[in-house]
Design a protein around this ligand. Structure first.
Ligand code: PGA
Length: 232
């Protein structure tokens, strides 16, 4: 099971270090694979068993890309994992599918583990399962889904940061649809919390969770990780 924490634009470098130290003192099941995505200012060479990834990066080694970070900056901290396609970057930062696919190709060639996010807006969900399937599959345009270091996160936009997770039926139907097309581990994200994590993790074809708000507090993220013990 994969447990990924996306801090987004939250936590300072000092807070991230304290978080990693505290989480490192906990004992988790051997099959709990933990990924942390701190903001770029908090990336570092941490002495930790957890995988540290970048929330975003530019598809270049280095160069004239004001405000961006590239492979050179990530390599300094031995970062080899990147999140690509998050809906906040698609919607707020206006990243197109073509640009997202370019990033994907670049970091695939660099051998990175890629946590690739997809998710539909509410209007599409209300049209029903086949509209959702079409929308999600379009988000794989230009993406090599056979890449062996790919992890996919299904995150319905209307469930992100809203406190309203998708229902178990919605997650089950979507993950079953995705599983027919994709062999990679499939995560669910969108209002995952300590009190719904066990239920979500027990749904067929859910291989883990991507957590935003409820990961910011280390005790809350800990409770989500140890919910693995309740689904065995
Ligand atoms: P949330 O965010 O847990 O706050 O809904 C999830 C995400 O965007 O990855």
């Amino acid at each position: 099971m994969i447990f990924a924490a996306n801090f987004k634009c939250n936590l300072t470098r000092a807070e991230t270090r304290a978080y990693i130290d505290t989480l490192g003192q906990k004992r988790f099941a051997d099959d709990a694979h933990i990924f942390l995505f701190p903001p770029a200012t908090a990336l570092d060479r941490y002495d930790t068993p957890f995988t540290i990834g970048a929330q975003n990066a530019y598809p270049a080694h280095h160069g004239a890309f004001t405000g961006e970070i590239g492979l050179q900056q990530l390599s300094e901290f031995e970062i080899e994992t990147v999140l690509i396609g998050h809906s906040e970057r698609r919607e707020i930062l206006g990243e197109s599918q073509a640009f997202i696919a370019e990033k994907y190709r670049f970091f695939q060639e660099a051998g990175y583990t890629i946590l690739y996010c997809i998710g539909e807006p509410l209007a599409v969900r209300e049209e029903g399962d086949s509209a959702v399937a079409d929308y999600l599959m379009a988000q794989f345009e230009g993406i090599d889904t056979d890449y062996e270091r790919l992890i996919v996160a299904y995150e319905p936009i209307w469930a992100i940061g809203t406190g309203r997770a998708a229902t178990s039926e919605e997650i089950a139907a979507t993950h079953a649809m995705l599983r027919k097309e994709i062999d990679a581990p499939l995560l669910y994200g969108g209002s995952v919390k300590p009190d719904n994590a066990a239920e979500i993790l027990s749904i067929a074809h859910v291989d883990g969770v991507l957590v935003g708000s409820a990961s910011l507090n280390v005790e809350s993220f800990t409770k989500i990780i140890i919910s693995i013990d309740r689904i065995k």
